[in-house]
Write a protein that binds this ligand. Structure first.
Ligand SMILES: [Zn+2]
Ligand SMILES: [Zn+2]
Length: 395
C-alpha cells in the first residue's frame, strides 16, 4: 500500500515536470565554445556544484568550454570550472539574454532557465523552459507577427503536437528537442506579438490526433495555391489525415502566385537527363496549361514528377503552367511550399473571417480529433520522458 503510494507520488511529480517544462538544446547545429548571458529580470542564481551566486539584472557572465568542463566568469571574477552550471530563475517570469561569442551569432532572449555542460567537444546550452512559452517561441519563429488569435491557436496545436510526440527525439543526448528545423525552429521567447503566447495558453495541452489516437504529423506550408496535396504525392507515405482539399481562402494572398523564367537550354538539358528526346519536340510540345494540381508532367512520352522540377529549379511550388516566352521557358505558378497539410495563408484568412481554430484544423486535416495530451498518454512513456528531464536537473 505504502509502496504504491510512493510510486503514485513519484509518477505524479514526474508527469508534472514533463508536462510543464521542456529541455531544448540551443544553437544545436553550432559547436558553441563561449556564450555571454545577461539576466533581464531579477532573481536569477548561478548554481554550479556547491556554489550558489545571486545574479544582478544586466550582470554579464561568460560561459565557456574548458576541456570537458564549463568555465564561468564575469569581467572581474572567475567562478571556477564545473561539470555543469545552471542559471536558475526564482520566479516563473525570468528572462535572460543569450549571445554566442564563439562562434559569434546574433543575440537571442530566452524564458526561464539555462543549463550548460560539455559534450562532443562543444558547450551544450539547454533551455529548460515552460511548455507554453516554448510553443509560443516556435509559433513566433514559424508564423511571424500580425495574425489573428485563432490562427495562432491552430499553429500552437501543430507545434505542441510535434513537441509532445517527440519528447524522446534527443533523449540519448540528454535533452528533449533541438532548436532548429530538425525538430522545430525555436529562436527564443515570443516577443513580436502578445497574441501568440495568449493562443498557446488558451489551448493549453491540446494536440491533434488521428482516428487511432496517435498524434498526427501536422505538416504545414505557406500557401497551397488553392488546392493542398496528398502526402503520398510528395513523400510517398500515404497518411489518412493528409489528403488534398480545395482551399478558396488563400487564393488572393501574398504567396498565391509566382512566375519564373528558365533558359530554354537548361530546361532541355533537364528533360534530356530524364530520358526525353528533345530533338523530336516542337515548341508547342512544351506548353502545359492544366488548371488543376497534378502530380506528374508528361512530355515526349516520358512522365516526370513536378516535384523533380521544383527541386532542380528551386521553384516555390509544384503547381504551375508552362509556356514559351521570348525563347525562354515561362512558368506561372500558384502557392508556396510543399502543399501538404495546413496552408498558413489560407488559415490566416479563415481566422480573419471569424472561423475558429477547431474549424481551421478540421478543414486542413481529414478525420482528426483535438484532445488533451494528458488524456491519451500511456503512463510508461511519461516516466521515460520525465527521467530525461530529471537527469538534466541533477548536478
Ligand atoms: Zn532535433
Ligand atoms: Zn491554401
Amino acid at each position: 500500500m505504502r509502496k504504491s503510494l510512493v510510486f503514485l507520488v513519484f509518477a505524479f511529480v514526474a508527469v508534472t515536470v514533463s508536462a510543464q517544462k521542456l529541455s531544448i538544446s540551443l544553437f544545436n547545429d553550432l559547436a558553441l565554445q563561449t556564450v555571454l548571458i545577461t539576466p533581464e529580470t531579477e532573481g536569477y542564481k548561478l548554481i554550479a556544484g556547491d556554489l550558489t551566486v545571486d545574479l544582478k539584472v544586466n550582470q554579464i557572465l561568460y560561459i565557456s568550454r574548458s576541456g570537458d568542463s564549463v568555465l564561468v566568469r564575469d569581467v572581474s571574477k572567475n567562478y571556477g570550472t564545473w561539470r555543469r552550471a545552471s542559471i536558475v530563475a526564482q520566479t516563473d517570469k525570468g528572462i535572460i539574454r543569450f549571445k554566442p561569442i564563439m562562434p559569434a551569432q546574433p543575440l537571442r532572449v530566452y524564458d526561464d532557465n539555462l543549463t550548460f555542460y560539455v559534450e562532443f567537444n562543444r558547450l551544450m546550452a539547454i533551455n529548460l523552459v515552460e511548455q507554453d512559452k516554448y510553443i509560443a517561441g516556435v509559433v513566433d519563429s514559424e508564423a511571424g507577427p500580425g495574425a489573428e488569435l485563432e490562427f495562432y491557436k491552430a499553429q500552437s496545436l501543430i507545434a505542441r503536437t510535434f513537441a509532445l510526440s517527440h519528447l524522446d527525439k534527443h533523449v540519448g543526448e540528454g535533452f528533449n528537442l533541438c532548436d532548429n528545423v530538425h525538430c522545430q525552429a525555436y529562436k527564443g521567447r515570443s516577443v513580436r506579438d502578445p497574441e501568440i503566447l495568449k493562443a498557446t495558453q488558451e489551448t493549453k495541452g491540446l494536440i491533434i490526433v488521428d482516428s487511432n489516437n496517435e498524434p498526427i504529423t501536422a505538416a504545414f506550408h505557406a500557401n497551397c495555391g488553392g488546392e493542398t496535396v496528398n502526402s503520398e504525392d510528395v513523400w510517398l507515405k500515404s497518411l489518412p489525415y493528409l489528403k488534398a482539399v480545395n482551399d478558396p481562402y488563400c487564393r488572393s494572398s501574398r504567396g498565391a502566385t509566382w512566375e519564373a523564367r528558365i533558359p530554354m537550354d537548361d530546361w532541355k538539358a533537364f528533360l534530356e537527363e530524364k530520358g526525353v528526346k528533345v530533338a523530336n519536340l516542337s515548341p508547342d510540345d512544351y506548353v502545359y496549361k492544366e488548371k488543376q494540381r497534378k502530380v506528374n508532367y508528361t512530355i515526349g512520352g516520358v512522365t516526370i514528377p513536378f516535384a523533380d522540377f521544383r527541386s532542380k529549379f528551386n521553384l516555390r511550388s509544384t503547381f504551375f503552367t508552362i509556356d514559351i516566352s521570348q525563347s525562354q521557358i515561362r512558368l506561372r505558378g500558384r502557392g508556396y511550399g510543399h502543399g501538404v497539410g495546413l496552408c498558413q495563408e489560407g488559415a490566416m484568412q479563415q481566422a480573419r473571417k471569424k472561423r475558429t481554430f477547431e474549424e481551421i484544423i478540421h478543414f486542413y486535416y481529414t478525420d482528426v480529433r483535438i484532445v488533451n495530451f494528458s488524456d491519451i498518454q500511456p503512463k510508461e512513456n511519461l516516466e521515460t520522458d520525465s527521467i530525461a528531464v530529471d537527469t538534466l536537473n541533477r548536478e
